[in-house]
Design a protein around this ligand. Structure first.
Ligand SMILES: Cc1cc2nc3c(=O)[nH]c(=O)nc-3n(C[C@H](O)[C@H](O)[C@H](O)COP(=O)(O)OP(=O)(O)OC[C@H]3O[C@@H](n4cnc5c(N)ncnc54)[C@H](O)[C@@H]3O)c2cc1C
Length: 466
């Protein structure tokens, strides 16, 4: 049914205090209108239930973007055009800028606001996955004062939010701690602009030594609310990206999303596309690293290929403390690239004797300690400290438990406990150690050897890429 203009009333009190007072006087009766790009669509369709609208469009408190040393605070009534033009949004929050660029056409971007997108609470809204991965917080204001809450908790169900009927969204705050991260945003729709997403993704990540150090992934249109893929992130964090991990990530994605059939797409299509989008992000995350660091890696390798044997052995000894492994690798030179070097390392390691393995194990310090059990290079000691950096920050109870479990392990297996500690927290390492204590000797030896293989691979990458 068409709306009749005379049934509606709109006021613009012009001050924040006057507006929140009006909302408090008749909660739920007055409904804020910012750019109106969602409200007017509802009005035109005869679906706008509110009869009294209060304009917040020109409130200065809601129209500014403030930058402090730790965060950027974006007023709720800032438009997509404001976001597109802002220097810090462009340089430090590219995922938000991309979303602003592809939200509707220019006219819509001049009028539509970030606050409207948040409160309208559509699971398909384009800016919301970016807000999730950037760990943003919202400031809500009413006559009762301000409250600040994580944006991740704001959407409680389809089109439901924690906004009280007498509250306004005043600002969204993004911490300035993600510059330097690799970012990836994609919108899958009938076309890029002027189309609601079938699926959209915002993701960021950082790798170190070929391993995913940090990763944050969020999606639109795959659940009743914009969704952060925390389980998938957990699967990927601390791992090297290879085809096996991509498979695991896809499985984790499928388990986490809850897509539906609607007029824009089917649940099946959305699930398939989502898996592809996450895999695409992870592939780009790793190839970006290879792209920037590859040249340096090739130069290190080319130099090493030409070194006299003794010097070549000294150069890679910190990667694995087994002399037989070192000799095997040096004998197999020259290597054309990183991939062939890593493949040769894996093969050499697997063909070693048990005593060679033990020699490598004992070049590491115990988890929680800094000195290796047998003499080791300064570089190896430094890398061990980096690999175990989470253990140093752990609570005293966990560190004490690790000391006890290490002792028990050594009594049981007669060797130091070996785990690839990169990216693992101290409680995770403790859990692995306790589980491994239940292994029989043969199973655990092979598990330790596999952990050492992973450590060597990470160290070889570190050696190549610095
Ligand atoms: C042609 C067209 C294309 C579009 N394309 C896209 C697109 O590609 N991607 C996308 O995500 N969206 C798209 N949209 C939707 C819309 O533009 C966005 O959701 C926009 O951000 C809404 O902002 P607004 O200021 O216009 O909200 P309004 O329509 O003014 O308000 C929307 C809702 O939010 C509430 N509200 C607004 N601001 C506040 C506040 N500060 N405090 C409390 N409540 C508030 C209102 O009461 C209302 O319920 C499109 C819309 C149109 C008409």
């Amino acid at each position: 049914m068409r709306s009749n203009p005379s049934d509606y009333e709109m006021v613009a009190p012009g001050s924040l205090h006057a507006i929140v007072s009006l909302l408090a006087k008749e909660p739920g009766v007055w409904v804020p209108i910012a750019g109106g790009t969602d409200v007017m669509v509802q009005y035109a369709a005869g679906k706008l239930s509110a009869r009294k609208l209060v304009s917040i469009w020109s409130l200065p408190e809601l129209r500014r973007i403030e930058v402090t040393a730790s965060e950027i605070r974006i007023g709720a009534a800032c438009t997509y055009s404001d976001l597109r033009k802002h220097e810090i949004v462009g340089s430090e929050f590219p995922l938000l800028q991309s979303a602003a660029r592809w939200t509707g056409g220019i006219a819509n971007q001049n009028r539509g606001t970030i606050g409207g997108n948040i409160v309208n609470a559509s699971p398909a809204a384009d800016s919301l996955p970016a807000l999730l991965v950037y760990g943003s917080e919202l400031i809500l204001v009413s006559v009762r004062g301000e409250r600040r809450l994580p944006y991740a908790s704001f959407h409680t169900g389809y089109k439901k939010t924690l906004l009280a009927t007498d509250e306004l969204l005043q600002a969204v705050c993004l911490p300035r701690r993600f510059s330097g991260y690799f970012t990836h945003a994609r919108k899958v729709g009938a076309r890029n602009a002027q189309a609601i997403s079938k699926v959209c993704i915002a993701a960021l990540g950082r790798t170190a030594d070929g391993v995913v150090e940090d990763v944050r992934i969020a999606l639109g249109s795959v659940a009743p609310v914009p969704l952060r893929l925390t389980e998938t992130e957990q699967t990927v964090r601390g791992q090297a990206i290879d085809s096996e991990l991509l498979l695991l990530a896809r499985k984790a994605v499928t388990a986490e999303i809850r897509p539906i059939d609607d007029i824009r797409s089917t649940a099946r299509y959305r699930a398939a596309v989502t898996g592809n989008l996450v895999a695409e992000f992870l592939n780009r995350l790793i190839s970006e690293r290879v792209g920037t660091e590859g040249e340096r890696g090739n130069a290190v390798l080319a130099r090493w290929n030409r070194l006299p044997m003794d010097e070549a052995m000294q150069a890679i000894l910190p990667c694995c403390g087994s002399k037989a492994w070192v000799q095997g690798m040096v004998a197999r030179r020259p290597f054309a690239d990183e991939a062939t070097l890593l493949a040769a390392s894996n093969e050499t390691w697997r063909n070693l004797t048990r005593s060679d393995w033990m020699e490598a194990f004992h070049s590491h310090p115990r988890i929680g300690e800094s000195r290796p059990l047998q003499s080791s290079s300064a570089q190896s000691v430094e890398w061990s400290a980096q690999e175990q950096r989470n253990v140093g920050d752990a609570e005293a109870t966990v560190r004490i438990a690790l000391v006890d479990a290490n002792r028990e392990y050594e009594q049981r297996f007669n060797r130091v406990f070996i785990v690839c500690a990169t990216g693992k927290s101290a409680p995770e390492i403790l859990e692995i150690l306790r589980r491994r204590l239940k292994n029989d000797a043969e199973t655990d030896l092979h598990e330790a050897a596999e952990q050492q293989r992973q450590i060597t691979e990470i160290r070889l990458r570190k050696w190549l890429h610095g």
